[in-house]
Design a binder for this molecule. Sequence first.
Ligand SMILES: Nc1ncnc2c1ncn2[C@@H]1O[C@H](COP(=O)(O)OP(=O)(O)OP(=O)(O)O)[C@@H](O)[C@H]1O
Length: 299
Amino acid sequence: MEIGQTAATAVRLSGLRKSYPGGAAPAVDGLDLTIRRGEMVALLGRNGAGKSTTVAMMLGLLEPDEGRVELFGCPAAQAVRAGQVSAMMQEGGLVSRVTVAELIRFVRRAFPRPLPTAEILRAAGLEGLARKRVDRLSGGQAQRVRFAMALAGDPQLLVLDEPTAALDVEARRELWAALRRYAARGRTIVFSTHYLEEADANADRVVVIDRGRLVADGTSAELKQAAAGRIIGFADPGMPVSQLAMLPGVLEAETRGGRVRLRTVDADATLAALGPVRGLEVTGAGLEDAFVALTGAGR
Ligand SMILES: Nc1ncnc2c1ncn2[C@@H]1O[C@H](COP(=O)(O)OP(=O)(O)OP(=O)(O)O)[C@@H](O)[C@H]1O
């Protein structure tokens, strides 16, 4: 049997801890996380939350101080050696002078069961660029070549650390389309990001990390619901913010541009206590509201 081939669990992190020398607080502080095969999971957190450190431990590039990393039931390094796991890092030079197709053919040779070159090019949206030299590609195209290199060996698990950092909107859209095509093959994808909209649009599951700890885990709809409740907006009746904040269910109150915005866990109770208002709007809170509520970002 191939290593861990039957394991339903792709990633299991248990009690992970990591401190850097001189760091005031641990970068990762007791993280437990299980990811099933076929999931597309976003690790979401603000700068310095511990995402990259977690990803590096997941890939066996960094040794945890405490805890364990298992990929498909094996130690990380073993799964990586067996070609089950691949990573796309943020940067990294691409050799020059060769064409995209030549580079992919070269990379394929490193793996026991690589995908066919044509399939790799198709999956990464590079069909039209096969004959182009890699040192003449745009940033977005070069990033898709990195993605193609990462999937050449047909890994079961693909880990991407901020895959769309520094890409423009169009390049981002194309990379996400390529990633979704790969996920549709039943592969597991874990990506870190601090773009809320990317987590919202692409992940089956969003794991929010803050100060090295897991602070939320669910679908983005669940996180919005659990952390942020609903948003009530209406024309400012001139009531002091402190009084608005005291209304039943209200978690946050602010006035801006002649309107009041309340975040509430119980819209009915808030509205009943508020009485009639003008220009009322009630909406579900966005992932950004959930994120602020969960991490205290912006406080
Ligand atoms: N090589 C290092 N040496 C010392 N401290 C580090 C090192 N790498 C990260 N840190 C610290 O560890 C903490 C977590 O950093 P990490 O890079 O894992 O966060 P992140 O969530 O990936 O952040 P970002 O979104 O900015 O990439 C931060 O406080 C950071 O300053």
